[in-house]
Ligand binder design. Structure first.
Ligand SMILES: O=C(CO)[C@H](O)[C@H](O)COP(=O)(O)O
Length: 233
């Protein structure tokens, strides 16, 4: 089973949780793309859904495949969000933002009664932090914000590089026209401490730690998909 088949397996299992007429947050990334493709097939068969995309990328794919879309302002309370993740720990704390959509992803997930994460088993980790933590920052004062993030890391005993994300033509820009800093801490032993510290830095728009947001994670593996619940010990 190759990587794409595992993503499809997780996406298929997530589709079982989507009911006719639901208001649905639709995530971003290659796994979420597979979910959109499967959802579009159902929509073509007459299934109704009110989709709210978490990025321009996902919006484009939904439009191309005929999945009906609404803005979050039109549909401010959602039943469910299905999204991918870069890392998932046993408490379903997530690192997200590898695809740069963390701000909209977090806003959409927060507006949803439930969030189900879809991923292959490589995303499941004992301790978060192997994947660089994306931190979305305002363009204004970016260097000062960068220094503030470094001071926070040092206060929390974290080391590693914090680098501005680049695109082929220059600095990477999010859908909200912000920069991203990727913090390679290696280990995030206390996600709450970092999340609180980052939230207190004025130039930080949002960070990729999703705490207490996912209600379940569907983890694909060659042996089949399994579901982890936030309430699991
Ligand atoms: O957070 C994200 C985008 O901002 C994605 O959900 C995350 O990067 C996982 O992507 P993929 O399914 O391609 O591995």
């Amino acid at each position: 089973m190759d990587a794409r088949q595992l993503k499809i397996q997780a996406a298929k299992a997530a589709l079982d949780h989507v009911e006719d007429g639901m208001r649905l947050g639709i995530g971003t990334g290659s796994t979420a793309d597979e979910f959109v493709r499967l959802l579009a097939e159902k929509v073509a068969d007459g299934f109704k859904v009110h989709g709210v995309p978490t990025s321009e990328r996902t919006a484009r794919l939904c439009v191309e495949l005929g999945v009906p879309l609404y803005s979050l302002d039109d549909m401010p309370e959602l039943d469910l969000t299905i999204d991918g993740a870069d890392e998932i720990d046993g408490a379903l704390t997530l690192v997200k933002g590898g695809g740069g959509a963390l701000l909209r992803e977090k806003i959409v997930a927060s507006a949803s009664a439930r969030m189900i994460v879809i991923a292959d088993e490589s995303k499941l980790v004992d301790t978060l932090g192997q994947f660089p933590l994306p931190i979305e920052v305002a363009k204004f004062g970016m260097v000062a914000t960068h220094y503030a993030v470094e001071r926070l890391a040092s206060r929390l005993g974290l080391s590693g590089t914090i680098e501005q994300r680049a695109d082929k033509d220059g600095p990477y820009l999010t859908d909200g026209d912000h920069f991203i800093l990727d913090a390679s801490f290696g280990r995030i032993p206390d996600a709450e401490a970092i999340a609180n510290g980052l939230a207190a830095i004025p130039g930080v728009v949002e960070h990729g730690l999703f705490l207490n947001m996912a209600s379940a994670a569907i983890i694909a593996s060659p042996g089949g998909a399994r579901t982890l619940l936030a309430t699991d010990p």
